[in-house]
Design a protein around this ligand. Sequence first.
Ligand code: BG6
Length: 514
Amino acid sequence: MSDTERHPFLDGLSKHRGAQPTCVVIFGASGDLAARKLLPALYNLAVDSLLPAEFFLIGFGRKPVADAEFKAQSAKDITQFSRRAFRADIWQRVEANMSYQAGGYDEAAAYVALKNQIEQAEQKAGRPLQLVFYVSTPPTVFEPILENLGQSGLASRGQGTALESKVIIEKPFGRDLQSAMHLNRIAARNFQESQIYRIDHYLGKETVQDLLVQRFANPIYEPLWNNHHVDHVQLTVAEELGVGSRGGYYDHSGATRDMLQNHTMQLLALIAMEQPQSLSAEHIRDEKVKLLSAIQPLNLGPQGDAVRAQYTAGLSAGEKVAGYLQEKDIPATSETETFCALRLAIHNYRWAGVPFYMRSGKRLARRVSEIAIQFKQPKNGLFSGDSRYDLSPNRLVIQIQPDEGSTLVLNSKVPGLEPRTQPVRLSFRYATTFGSNTPEAYERLILDAVVGDRTLFIRGDETEASWRIFTPLLNDWQQSVNQGMQTYAAGSWGPKAADDLLAAQGHAWRNTGR
Ligand code: BG6
């Protein structure tokens, strides 16, 4: 839209017909996530006129901050982190309905004050508002926030109507099966499941949403998508960055809790589950739970299915970087893994016998998230066993980020009189097909919560099914303190033990580009 065109949001309109008049309350409003992701996401929804026409935003945090200061800081954060340029006219309309509430997360009086602010917003709107609570605080205060929302009556506002309150709960959802079950109980005591939105921002990524379409709108894949044709599957979620300023959080988490248990398992569930009965949130989530429940318990111990490691000093993007134990806020004796690789077996008719490998780590050679499905090669194929033919197994690589797209590796004859072959790539890139300015995951997810679509959020039994796989491993690691902890140089592809994990079955990680 050009700047001279009338902008629907500025005219008090929303392009989203399902959006109810809404007040979003961000708990942890002065935190990193709010600054980098949530505020820019809300701003971009305003730019796209996708926010409800009547939209209010209340920041809630421990720090006493004046409304004006909250607005000014939010404008700065948006200018720095938004994918699109800051427009003063749009921002003025958003900030006119913004305020801040200071208070302790476990302090009942703070919720009374919050309720007053909400009532003021409703007076201004001249009508009741849907309340969307976004819990983006450290996990230690999830419980008091949920309890106080329940006790103050805010949680039950509008229950069963179009204005039903909603709560978005950030990760990590628990640290193990027991704590996740506990958190689910606390959430259920104060909200109905239909009001709870457990977020995993990977589900909001365009490429992750596209997995359903790629799989189920392209019927040519279905006959191949099983243990007759698939040799193995590799899921990589690699980051180039180290822990940065998040050492305090990360050291209590580690790669397995931070990335594998949630983001990578979601990718696995979507790539391996059966076709859901419909596109409804419940049918999709039913299939994910079935798949997660079919994953076999991990073999623990030295020759088992898991490898953990920490990065040591090395080179990242040509720069010398410190090892994990030298990073800010990391104890010199830390036993937290910054890398984890797993070999998983799925016990069902489709996948029995197909290894699923997954790995994630910080300070790896490059930032890439991808799913690589490698197909079987015939034992006595026409071109097998002749060195003139450079053959690659057929492989479908779905690149989640960056350079989003997918590639199918085939073999082709090299033009010329020599009888030579070479692997070639059929490649589709989002940027060239669709342009590059796609919405951020948080934009999609916040909008979905506002309009009440839970498809891209995690159900309670889904978090528990995933924790059931990881908890025995995490307990085992905790007991066998530091035994088995490997190291890898920053800027490498991880420890040798992770290569051995695949080599044991004649496989190797894909560490090169496409
Ligand atoms: C977060 C993790 O959930 O995901 C971070 O806590 C990680 O440690 C981040 O860096 C990665 O997200 P993305 O969208 O940049 O791949």
